[in-house]
Design a protein around this ligand. Structure first.
Ligand SMILES: Nc1ncnc2c1ncn2[C@@H]1O[C@H](COP(=O)(O)OP(=O)(O)O)[C@@H](O)[C@H]1O
Ligand SMILES: [Mg+2]
Length: 249
């Protein structure tokens, strides 16, 4: 039997929420923490993660050229090559293609900026992830220190599911480090941004380990952790839902 390879998909319909930034940073951090080998996939036709990787001088993580139609096959290939983690970046749109990528996820990470506009937009992505019954984690990204909207955002998001207990703050080094293919850990290893990414990876790694245990203990062979991880079963207010589903409700 092949060793387990975990798949994390970064998704959110909102452009600029931090999918590509966090996908690249967490891929490098996972590799640094021994959770690799890590394979990264860029399913966004804009190719921001691919461009980052192309100017990167480090050998890891490994970039896999893939397209929607080949993703299943390419994931199977990296699984066979004994990769431990696949990280998939997706385009900022709600399309059938995104739903297909989410199909492969063991965990979906939904980065969200703490702004009313971004918060209102999460519903469509949440709908996709919930329809696929996948565990998901919100990450508040580009937060401003001590701003009330950050904690308000976390509270609002928690109505829909689990929010990572680590906020990623808005700092120039997140953007600047990626220009030449690096990450904040490589640009300033002792900086606050690097510490946030380390803490975020530690948390996600723990969630993945919990998912493993849930699978092992599930008596009927189905995934046992979804309800708890998604917060399913709790009443969820209409906040952030698509106007269409609100009208139907
Ligand atoms: N925490 C952050 N601090 C500062 N800039 C950020 C942060 N996260 C993302 N950015 C910047 O915001 C822009 C959009 O981020 P990106 O990761 O490309 O979002 P997405 O992939 O969701 O469209 C980029 O220019 C990126 O450098
Ligand atoms: Mg992107």
């Amino acid at each position: 039997m092949l060793p387990t390879m975990r798949v994390i998909v970064f998704a959110s319909q909102k452009g600029g929420s931090g999918k590509t930034t966090l996908a690249g940073h967490l891929a490098v951090q996972a590799e640094n923490c021994g959770a690799g080998p890590v394979a990264v996939f860029d399913m966004d036709p804009q190719g921001s993660l691919a461009k980052w990787w192309n100017v990167r001088s480090a050998d890891t993580p490994v970039f896999i050229h893939s397209e929607f139609g080949n993703l299943a096959q390419n994931l199977q290939q990296v699984r066979e090559k004994q990769f431990s983690l696949a990280i998939i970046d997706t385009p900022p749109a709600v399309t059938r293609a995104i739903a297909e990528v989410v199909d492969f996820a063991d965990l979906v990470v939904l980065p969200t900026r703490p702004s009313p506009h971004d918060l209102r937009a999460v519903g469509a992505t949440v709908d996709i992830v919930e329809a696929k019954d996948k565990p998901m984690i919100f990450v508040v990204n580009a937060a401003t220190a001590r701003a009330r909207i950050t904690s308000e955002a976390a509270v609002a998001l928690s109505q829909h599911g689990t929010v990572a207990p680590v906020n990623i703050h808005h700092r120039v080094d997140f953007a600047a480090s990626m220009i030449d293919g690096r990450t904040v850990m490589e640009a300033s290893p002792n900086g606050r941004s690097a510490k946030e990414i380390a803490a975020l990876w530690e948390y996600l790694d723990l969630r993945l380990a919990k998912l493993d245990r849930a699978v092992l203990t599930s008596s009927d062979g189905t995934f046992g952790g979804t309800a708890a991880a998604n917060g399913a079963g709790r009443p969820v207010p209409a906040f952030g839902r698509r106007a269409l589903s609100q009208n139907r409700a």
